[in-house]
Write a protein that binds this ligand. Structure first.
Ligand SMILES: [Fe+2]
Length: 464
């Protein structure tokens, strides 16, 4: 018999894993799903199959995909775990075998030599392939209609090392840009994939110390690497957390011309801070503007004095002057905002509209992280907020344009919302230009979808 899950904040409430896989045809909908929505929202998140061996970390769980097809005004749902090597081995043995990020010393000998890729962080569609991503290793390819796992995808053997869960698609060239990091040299690599899926560039980026690097940013002209003092030293891989906070190292931001190489990197130095996610960046003249959700301290890794109630992510614009090599930081909001997104037809370009998950009033950490969606207008500094109501907790907002020709920001926001009183989830569809208004439609699930990480809309695809 499977062991019960322990009493851990990230295994309780709507963080708790959902143990079932299935399909629901033609969900109940309140309102009208816009006729323009014809595709599938794929989302990924951490959903452990078995009770952990030791202290659990939110990032440890097995990846579970939740997919919503919206088409002809109807909504259909399917969820599946990603069948990673880790998942299959643990299922065979009927228990957790791998150690977690809170303490790496605890891996069972039956898992020695098996890579712990959980494929739990993001899911993208590029060059005809649906890829579940995890920043410590290669992607897993999935079958888009069934969510069946096809296997590890290594770009025809050309992928070297790991691939971030936050690659960027250049909207003008269709290229997929990403980086990979790790605790052993080279600590950082930059990779370019052509629009048809072929790796065309692999570049090593020299770093003095290996660090955990969750996201990066690309503009039409530059790539930006964010090196925070969250180190990933090889000597910390055998016990305790592999990620340590070393604020004395400060923060270093590397800006590299897209048409240059690592020898052209310009480094900007600033105070210690941490960013999981950037909204976007763009280059104008000799300035790179980068919008990030910035923490004072590394969150979620047991840093002394850190807690999620005081160490909140603040939407901040960095201006990086390529002539003076100086950085200025301007806080753009005083509220919490995280899981930032944009109209991705403007990735890397001057842009006006951005979105994030936020909080209104106090959200007890045990209940969730967010209860609003914020829409930012960078042209006038204003924002709109949609609050989902009492005991309703939101997640990353995903923008879908009304049509390929629509103006920036004209379209819809898709947001998963957990309704605590009913212990189930909705998919809420907002008008992205009138975020504060009543939802256009709410798709009702009879069950809950645990708080996950990231997802993407894929136009024209549908689940079976
Ligand atoms: Fe992320």
């Amino acid at each position: 018999m499977s062991r019960p899950f322990p009493d851990d904040p990230f295994l309780q409430g709507n963080y708790a894993p959902w143990p079932m896989e299935g399909e629901i045809h033609d969900l109940v909908v309140t309102g009208d799903i816009p006729a323009e929505l014809n595709g599938t929202l794929y989302r990924n998140g951490s959903n452990p199959q078995f009770a952990p061996r030791g202290q659990y970390h939110w990032f440890d769980g097995d990846g579970m995909i939740h997919a919503f097809t919206l088409s002809a005004g109807k909504a259909h749902y399917r969820n599946r775990w990603v069948r990673t090597e880790r998942f299959k081995l643990e299922r065979r043995h009927g228990e957790a075998l791998f150690a977690g990020l809170s303490d790496l010393s605890n891996t069972d000998e039956r898992a020695q030599g098996v890579f712990p890729n959980a494929a739990n962080t993001n899911i993208i569609f590029h060059a005809g392939r649906l890829l579940a991503l995890w920043e410590g290793g290669p992607p897993y390819e999935l079958d888009p209609p069934t969510l069946d796992t096809i296997g590890v995808y290594d770009f025809n053997g050309k992928l070297q090392g790991a691939m971030t869960a936050h690659p960027k698609v250049d909207p003008e060239t269709g290229e997929l840009l990403f980086f990979g990091y790790g605790p052993f040299p080279p600590y950082l690599r930059y990779t370019v994939v052509s629009a048809d899926g072929d790796i065309t560039r692999n570049e090593e980026i020299p770093l003095p110390v290996p660090t955990m690097m969750h996201d990066f940013i690309a503009t039409r002209e530059h790539v930006i690497f964010m090196v925070f003092p969250a180190t990933l030293r090889p000597e910390n891989l055998t016990s305790g957390s592999p990620v340590r906070w070393e604020p004395e190292l400060g923060t270093r931001i590397g800006v590299m011309p897209r048409d240059g190489g690592s020898e052209d990197l310009v480094w900007f130095e600033t105070d210690p801070c941490f960013v999981f996610h950037a909204m976007n960046a763009y280059t104008q003249g000799t300035t790179v503007s980068a919008d990030v959700c910035q923490f004072r301290l590394l969150p979620l890794f047991q840093v002394d004095g850190e807690d999620l109630e005081t160490n909140i992510p603040i939407f901040t614009r960095w201006s990086l002057d390529l002539t003076s090599h100086s950085i200025t930081q301007a806080q753009r909001d005083d509220r919490l905002s995280e899981f930032p997104r944009l109209d991705e037809r403007y990735t890397g370009l001057p842009y006006r509209k951005g979105y994030a998950a936020g909080q209104e009033g106090a959200v007890p950490p045990s209940e969730g992280l967010f209860n609003t969606v914020i829409g930012y207008d960078h042209a006038n500094g204003r924002s709109q907020t949609h609050a989902f109501g009492p005991n309703s907790y939101s997640s990353e907002p995903i923008f879908v344009p009304r049509s390929a020709q629509s103006a920036e920001g004209e379209g819809f926001l898709l947001v998963g919302v957990y309704r605590k009183e009913e212990n189930r989830s909705d998919l809420v569809i907002l008008d992205a230009e009138n975020i504060a208004h009543e939802p256009l439609a709410t798709v009702h699930l009879p069950h809950r979808v645990p708080y996950g990480f990231h997802g993407n809309w894929v136009e024209g695809l549908s689940i079976e």
